[in-house]
Design a protein. Sequence first.
Lengths: 245, 255
Amino acid sequence: MFIAFFIGFFVFWEYSVIWFDIPRYILTPPSLIVEKGAADLDRLLYYTYITGLEVVLGYSTAVVLALPLGLAIAFSSILKRTVYPFIVCIEMVPKIAFAPLFISWLGFGLLPKVIIVFLVCFFPIVLNAILAFNSLSEELTLFSRSTGGGVWRTFIKVRLPAALPQCFVGFKYAAINATVGAAIAEFIGSDEGLGFYIQIVTGNMRPDLAFAGIFFLTLLGLSLFGLVTLAERLLIPWHISVRRG
Amino acid sequence: MSHQIEFSGVKKVFGTGASAVHAFGPVDLSIAEGEFISLLGPSGCGKSTLMLMTSGLLEATEGSVLIGGTKVKGPQTDVGVMFQDNTLVPWRTVRGNVELQLEMRGMSLSANKDKVDQLLTSVHMEDFADRHPYELSGGMQQRAAFCQAMVHEPKTMLLDEPLGKLDAMTRERIRSDLQNLWMQERPTVIFVTHSIEEAIQLSTKVAVITPRPGTIERIIDIDLPFPRDFEVKNSPEFAAYVRETQEIFRGYGVI
């Protein structure tokens, strides 16, 4: 059903360009996107690699830093009263607005993009981690205490597994943000990457190549999201969202 | 018989000043080793509060609780606690959940494998050992939770309305499983319930608790033979105990 609709969409696109006599520099049919995209495959693949690198570096740095911070805030009343409100405030700031600044400070290279990806991923992970580690049920808290299992054992055997589903909400949200952040950061200032590519070819009135760039960007986003979903399936197969999904 | 658990002047007040709520007590109560005592009372009378104070998970405002002659200060580890909402975790199987109790205490799994098997068998759960809690009915979950609460062979068991959320027929069946477990292991049990029949069927003693602030109105010795099966439950003696208890609550306007 879905596949039929999907194919129908592209067929309609293909022929509407002819029927409505749309100039090629405005919109190109999918067949031409494939053809011209294939001709420029080397550049597309290289730029996918560049943007992918920004996404992976920014995302994994965010996970590695945000998870322990979320954990620390969840268990420290001092951090909860100082750092936590600060993070909530910063979350309100549109991180992407910092992109021009980072580029002016750090140049056109990889680093400012990695930082932008990091920023758009960091906050959802932190906030969900705090929620996750603060949500252990009263019964399980009492149960853990009644066993005398201590902080570490309680963490490993009860708190951590109980927190994973909510953590994954953050991981998935961040995965969606990551490619968006990378593409916009590249729009603002870069000489490589899919965002750069889309901007340049659009300027040259080549919507065919722009769509090819968008296709690879989508592929990148889907791959990251797919990987996170796979990890979720492996780590929390017992959770209701995974069982129903 | 030695007194396994002793409450002297135990009282609990939540909050301070004008907003303070006197939830429970003062209560004096002695429970002998191997006894099965039910705390029977209406909702909100502080039964659960007493249970938490016994396990050391909640501090008494006044008075003291002694288990085996030692004053309760902080969480007690030689007790098995069971809450109305069970403490089965969804990421472990039934067996894994029972083993969680052992693992949390640093007890050997291999040395206790037979114990786990035997417990699961005694509540007819041996065929469901590798299932996850979400694959089970509410009744089966509670059976598994019983095993989890007693696998470490605690001398004292605190059961807070463990059958509260089950339908009447399932309750009936699990009561007899619970009775068998108790007869087999003979721990001292404090059982919280608001079912008069349940209390009388299972207990050696029933402590009738008044509405808030909960105090012990009367302790009724239930002098009926174990196991208390269908025959016993339909005996005139059983009916007389039910009647006696009902009269107390009617006096309070609870029923």
